[in-house]
Design a binder for this molecule. Structure first.
Ligand code: 4AZ
Length: 245
């Protein structure tokens, strides 16, 4: 996150750190992507986090990547479901969404606490210009390697028309994605934040409106972050989470 501040305990209880077992040590897990807890046994993330989905765990309820906190829950990933129409081009990523089914018993995987809670899904589109929140452990203006502490920042929803202007992203956007950020630059998501949440207020609750997906680098003028449009995938999410259990 560029231009972010530390997330206070319990303020982003749906935030997930997706971790893969590091190649050289046969013990340690390394953060690779963000994700969002939407049900006790289901995490939503970006499709482009998929290469990393073998031998994965998710960590919930933690703020620091380098400390083991008593509030943390580490859970193995049972199955990864990447969208059938996931597609990458050199300039954009389409249908950038995946579901992770967690290991558990009797439909209980993550246990709800003050620090671990599910996020609601949105039920309608939100207005352009609305202020929403992004969070993650990704690269910052000071560190390409990312932040040890979970960071958050406020960004504004940018209209598809504005974001498709030639000096922004031109004609490569489609309705599986939207832009959010600040066209002057400075505040943005970045590498390592991918798959993590963009949450907005809807019906007096926080809803998971977007997933960090891509962008032309980070924090640059006229190059806002691009987010997976979760409202476009509500039927897909329902179908996948109800079919497998
Ligand atoms: C990335 O490389 C990435 N500024 C994620 C988000 C953004 C750019 C790049 C948005 O995963």
């Amino acid at each position: 996150i560029f231009g972010g501040l530390k997330v206070p305990p319990g303020a982003a209880p749906w935030q997930v750190s997706l971790q893969v077992r590091a190649k050289n040590s046969n013990q340690a897990f390394r953060h690779t992507c963000g994700g969002v807890l939407i049900e006790s046994c289901w995490v939503l993330t970006a499709g482009h986090c998929k290469e990393k989905m073998k031998d994965m765990q998710v960590v919930l309820g933690g703020l620091s990547l380098n400390l083991e906190e008593p509030t943390e829950q580490a859970i193995q990933v049972e199955e990864a479901i990447v969208h059938e129409n996931y597609r990458e081009t050199p300039s954009a990523v389409y249908n950038d969404i995946a579901l992770l089914r967690l290991k558990g018993t009797d439909g209980v995987c993550a246990k709800e606490t003050q620090f671990v809670k599910t996020a609601c899904l949105p039920d309608a589109q939100l207005p352009d210009g609305m202020e929403c929140t992004i969070s993650g452990w990704g690269a910052t203006e000071d560190s390409q390697r990312g932040s040890n502490h979970l960071l958050e920042a406020n960004v504004m929803l940018i209209s598809q028309e504005k974001c498709s202007e030639p000096q922004v992203y031109g004609r490569i956007l489609d309705n599986t994605m939207f832009c959010a950020g600040h066209l002057l630059g400075g505040v943005d998501s970045c590498q390592g934040d991918s798959g993590g949440p963009l949450t907005c207020d809807q019906n007096n609750a926080k809803v998971i409106y977007g997933l960090v997906s891509w962008g032309d680098q980070c924090g640059r003028k006229n190059k806002p972050g691009v987010y997976t449009r979760v409202t476009h995938f509500l039927d897909w999410i329902k179908a996948k989470t109800q079919a497998a259990s």
